[in-house]
Design a protein around this ligand. Structure first.
Ligand SMILES: Cc1ncc(COP(=O)(O)O)c(C=O)c1O
Length: 481
């Protein structure tokens, strides 16, 4: 019997959505399937699936930040304020937050709190971070994580009414969210290559070259920079940031700075500078001219609260009228209350002598030390293997090594209609249970292949995972050479 064609089908739905290429969808489906197969007793060459594809600290066994969770728990269930299981500083912070919540409840919409009071705390946090450079609460928007902020701000920047479509410049490699946001808004993705030979640094000549070429067919307006880099792990030097700012000023580009990994910097000598601070230190010629948007999130950093969802965006030199429209847009996507109080708990630093200070510092040290140790392990083990090269990793949570793929495997992948590095990841998963993401999902120079591997496992576990990857790669190269 012929099925009736549904009103919403692949031909009638928004065609821009068809272009979205979520790299995780098929990987997660296979992960679930594999785990079920293992549970059913189906024999595999491994006994568990190793998730090395996500920057999700708590998935990998990191305990949540104690102070944050205590404050969030107290705000969510204020009767706990009578319990003596919570330290006084967590109780005091929770009481201060509860006083500002509508009717004292985290379950209210809390529009006033989120849009007026939390902004002030975020502004103070930014001022402290940037050594006193002023931050205006009216230029801050609290969001439901960085993803929502990126989607909303980039959607605002696209205007395809002229003869040329809007271009949005992204680094290669980029975070796949940017490519999908560009597709969803029917903008043009203008790629600039990061300099792999120099540790994935930004090379402004590459940006200029792609910008000038792109201007022949689109109207590039936004320059996106991720610092510290995902997937590269590169942390921008101050000189490099100044060059980027000068270029944004000269070429009239809105600078979109994704700074969600600002607290995940661990290599000796690497320092995170915010674009806002560098911009203001370059003087009024730049600070009064360059439009800057920067995002931050509680999913990363020290908190690693991917599930609670909260973050913020700060705007510099963006018209208040434009900002007003963004507020309207965002009012349809209110941040969730528990996520917001979780973020608030960390906006004011604990002081030496506070009951929770030592625990907080110890948790922070453990995370950063493990990331540093894991980065070194990845560099050592991967760089010892023929056909694999891993650049120094200074920050964020990932390694993005280049891997050699033999011609026969490339031909096989082409025959199967998949990217060669996706084929490698697929075979690796079936053989070892290790999940990596392919470089094709992040972008890479033509003819090069990469994989992204997260560095948030306990170091001993990561060492054995890295050894398995290297051994599998050697077998793969031998088999297809
Ligand atoms: C560079 C970058 N930006 C944004 C996000 C999204 O963060 P959130 O969980 O806050 O939506 C991620 C998540 O991995 C990321 O790596």
């Amino acid at each position: 019997m012929a099925t009736r064609k549904r009103l919403l089908n692949l031909d009638t739905m928004n065609q821009a959505v068809l272009d979205v290429e979520d790299p995780l969808g098929s990987v997660i489906a296979r992960e679930v399937e594999m785990q079920q197969e293992i549970n059913q007793g189906i024999k595999k060459p491994f006994d568990k699936v190793a998730c090395c594809h996500l920057g999700d600290l708590q998935l990998m066994g990191y305990p949540p930040c104690t102070f944050l969770r205590q404050v969030a728990a107290l705000c969510t269930y204020p009767e706990l304020l009578d319990s003596d299981r919570f330290p006084q500083d967590a109780k005091q912070r929770a009481r201060d937050i509860i006083k500002q919540l509508a009717n004292g409840s985290v379950g209210s919409y809390n529009m006033t709190h989120i849009n007026y009071e939390v902004n002030q705390k975020v502004a103070k946090f930014i001022e402290r971070r940037d050594g006193g450079i002023p931050s205006n609460p009216r230029d801050i928007l609290v969001s439901d994580g960085a993803t929502q902020a990126i989607l909303a701000v980039l959607a605002m920047a696209v205007n395809n009414e002229g003869t040329l479509r809007t271009g949005i410049m992204v680094s290669v490699p980029y975070h796949p969210l940017y490519a999908d946001t560009i597709r969803l808004n029917e903008a043009v993705k203008v790629e600039y290559l990061l300099d792999e030979e120099h540790g994935w640094a930004v090379n402004v000549d590459n940006i200029r070259e792609s910008l000038y070429a792109a201007r022949k067919h689109c109207d590039p307006r936004v320059l996106c920079v991720i610092n510290p880099g995902n997937p590269t792990g590169h942390v921008l030097s101050r000189d490099s940031m100044e060059e980027i700012i000068r270029l944004a000023a000269q070429e009239k580009l809105l600078l979109f700075a994704d700074e969600v990994y600002q607290d995940n910097v661990f290599a000796p000598g690497a320092i995170f500078h915010s674009f806002k601070k560098v911009l203001f230190e370059m003087g009024p010629e730049y600070s009064e001219r360059v439009q800057l948007v920067s995002v931050n999130s509680i999913s990363k950093g020290i908190s690693g609260e991917c599930g609670l969802r909260s973050g913020y965006v700060e705007f510099v030199n963006v018209d208040p009228e434009v900002f007003g429209y963004l507020y309207i847009l965002k009012s349809y996507e209110l941040p969730n209350g528990v996520g917001v109080v979780a973020m608030e708990s960390l906006l004011e630093p604990l002081q030496p002598g506070d009951p929770s200070y030592e625990t907080f510092q110890a948790e922070r040290r453990t995370l950063l030390n493990n990331l540093a140790k894991n980065a070194r392990l990845a560099e050592e083990i991967l760089n010892r293997a023929p056909g694999i090269h891993c650049n120094p990793i200074q920050g964020a949570m990932y390694a993005y090594p280049r891997i050699h793929i033999p011609d026969t495997a490339i031909t096989l992948a082409q025959d199967q209609g998949v990217a060669p590095d996706a084929l490698f990841c697929h075979l690796l998963l079936e053989d070892t249970g290790i999940i990596l993401l392919d470089g094709t999902s992040f972008g890479q120079a033509a003819g090069t292949y990469h994989v992204r591997l997260s560095l948030i496992h306990p170091p001993q576990e990561l060492k054995s995972t890295l050894q398995k990857i290297v051994e599998f790669h050697a077998r793969f190269v031998q088999e297809y050479s």
